[in-house]
Design a binder for this molecule. Structure first.
Ligand SMILES: [Zn+2]
Length: 160
C-alpha cells in the first residue's frame, strides 16, 4: 500500500484553529459538514480544507486516480439529474470520509465523461464499481444502503 494511504486510517478527528480567537478545536471527521463552531467564541470554523470529498474523476483522469492509485477503489458513476443518485450521493460522501486513507473513493459524472462510462459498460446510474490493483472486481447497480456498499468495500480492502 502506498504511503499516502497509510497516514489517516485511524484518524477520526481533525484540529481546526479558529480564525477569530485562535482556539484549537477538535472536530470529528463525520461532523465536518455540520457547520461546526468554535467551542470558545462560537465563530464558524473554516472547515473547507478538511472536508473530505469523493475524488471527481473522469475521462482524462480515471487511469491516474483509480487504476494507478495502488489502493482499493470505489467509483460511483452518477448523473446530476438522476433522482436515485441524489439519494445515493450523501451515502457516498459519508463513505469517502470514513474510508479516507484506506481506499480511493471517487465519482464520475457520466454526462460529461462518456468514454470511461462506455469503457466500463455503464448502462445506467447509479452504478458502483470496485477496483483492486487497477482491475474491476465488482459491479453494483442501483440504490444500495451504505451498509451493503461498505461490506463490499471492506471485502476488497481486506484482500489488498
Ligand atoms: Zn474562536
Amino acid at each position: 500500500m502506498p504511503m499516502q494511504f497509510k497516514k489517516a486510517m485511524d484518524q477520526e478527528a481533525v484540529i481546526i484553529e479558529c480564525l477569530r480567537c485562535g482556539t484549537k478545536n477538535r472536530v470529528p471527521r463525520l461532523r465536518i459538514d455540520d457547520r461546526p463552531r468554535c467551542g470558545k467564541c462560537r465563530a464558524p470554523l473554516a472547515v473547507e480544507a478538511f472536508a473530505v470529498r469523493p475524488v471527481e474523476t473522469g475521462d482524462g483522469t480515471f487511469a491516474r486516480d483509480v487504476l494507478a492509485s495502488g489502493a482499493p477503489a470505489l467509483v460511483y458513476f452518477y448523473s446530476p439529474s438522476c433522482p436515485y443518485c441524489r439519494m445515493l450521493s450523501p451515502v457516498i460522501d459519508e463513505i469517502a470520509v470514513k474510508y479516507e486513507g484506506s481506499a480511493v473513493i471517487a465519482r464520475t459524472d457520466v454526462t460529461v465523461n462518456p468514454l470511461v462510462a462506455q469503457q466500463y459498460g455503464i448502462q445506467g446510474v447509479p452504478s458502483l464499481l470496485l477496483f483492486r490493483e487497477g482491475k474491476l472486481v465488482k459491479r453494483m447497480v442501483g440504490v444500495l444502503s451504505g451498509d451493503e456498499i461498505e461490506r463490499s468495500l471492506k471485502g476488497i480492502i481486506k484482500l489488498s
